[in-house]
Design a protein. Structure first.
Length: 348
């Protein structure tokens, strides 16, 4: 009688690998259900209620819940201060791993590259979830300001500057006007200290400032009534190409006279891609981060989410977590000579 043939070691290993791969998704799903069951996931928004960041986040919080295994509760908290620096530092150092999702100013990543000392995080180590849209940066001004076009802004006298509302260094409402002013050289007064874009809108309507520079996806929703009533107008776009909604509004690059000016405007435009990105604490387990990334991607394709976003006129042009991380890593490759130039413009 011949002895039974032994299966080759390589074949056994291959079989075990196949079985392992087949079991892995179910295992991760079970772990996620266990992790999230009975828990609360908090969206932490570093800006005041009523602005674009808050509006997008509350829509996401409403719809992402059903795509997270374990059916956790989902809430939104506004943690205002320092142009969202307080919330970003909190998310990185103190928030509960896997249970917190942050929406803070992407301009703080650029400020980190420049060496701002108050930043207590490494942007490359956050767990990047993704972004629901890539924004289109514009400057929107009250008609009561007296500026009818961007040519008026460029030709204004130093004693009658464009008065722009800002938040704090690192926020697009603060850094983008600085970059545009440095590139084009028009008289501007930047009034900082507002808690969010909603507060800048109210300040504009009260006559404290002339307007602000922010994302069109936010402005067209949160300032819809004033735009339709002709009380405010978009005077310039800071992106390389015109938005389909704004074909009659000039690009800032049309007023640039030097290569350096165009570089500075491109840096401002680049912030639009990351403007709506969401992140999780760096200590979030990899399997939990992957679960949340899948939940984010499922939400972005959810018909109910898309229908409500469309009804609210919110643009959806998403980036995955991997794409956001790639853009973040690219910022840290900024040439030293450009870093030195930006320090003079942007750091407090």
């Amino acid at each position: 009688m011949k002895p039974a043939r032994k299966a080759p070691v390589a074949s056994l290993l291959a079989l075990l690998l196949i079985l392992g791969l087949n079991l892995l998704p179910a295992t991760l799903l079970a772990d996620a259900r266990t992790f999230y069951k009975g828990k609360t996931v908090s969206f932490i928004v570093g800006f005041s209620p009523g602005g674009g960041h808050d509006t997008y986040t509350r829509l996401m919080a409403k719809h992402i819940k059903k795509h997270i295994p374990g059916n956790p509760s989902v809430i939104v908290q506004n943690m205002v201060g320092g142009g969202s620096l307080i919330s970003a530092n909190y998310l990185y150092n103190r928030a509960k791993p896997g249970l917190a999702i942050g929406r803070w100013a992407s301009g703080l990543i650029r400020q980190e590259v420049l060496g701002r000392p108050e930043i207590e995080f490494d942007s490359r180590k956050f767990g990047w979830l993704g972004a629901p849209t890539q924004d289109h940066l514009v400057c929107t001004i009250s008609t009561a300001s007296g500026f009818k076009s961007w040519k008026d802004v460029m030709n204004t006298s130093p004693d009658k500057p464009l008065i722009i509302g800002g938040i704090a260094p690192g926020a697009s409402l603060t850094d983008d006007p600085k970059l545009i002013q440095a590139a084009l050289g028009f008289p501007m007064k930047l009034v900082q200290g507002y808690r969010g874009s909603a507060d800048v809108r109210r300040a504009t309507e009260a006559g404290e400032v002339h307007g602000g520079c922010w994302g069109w996806a936010s402005v067209k929703v949160t300032w819809k009534d004033a735009l339709e009533a002709g009380k405010v107008r978009v005077l310039v776009q800071t992106m390389p190409k015109k938005h389909p909604d704004l074909q009659d509004v000039p690009l800032a690059s049309e007023f640039a006279k030097t290569d350096e000016s165009r570089v500075l405007l491109n840096i401002a435009a680049g912030g639009g891609q990351l403007l709506r990105s969401y992140s999780m604490p760096p200590t979030t387990p990899k399997d939990i981060l992957e679960t949340m990334r899948k939940a984010f991607q499922a939400m972005i394709k959810d018909e109910a989410f898309l229908a409500q976003a469309n009804k609210a006129k919110l643009d959806i042009d998403p980036l995955s977590g991997e794409e956001v991380k790639g853009l973040v890593d690219d910022l840290f490759k900024t040439p030293p000579e450009l870093v030195a130039k930006l320090k003079k413009i942007l750091l407090p």
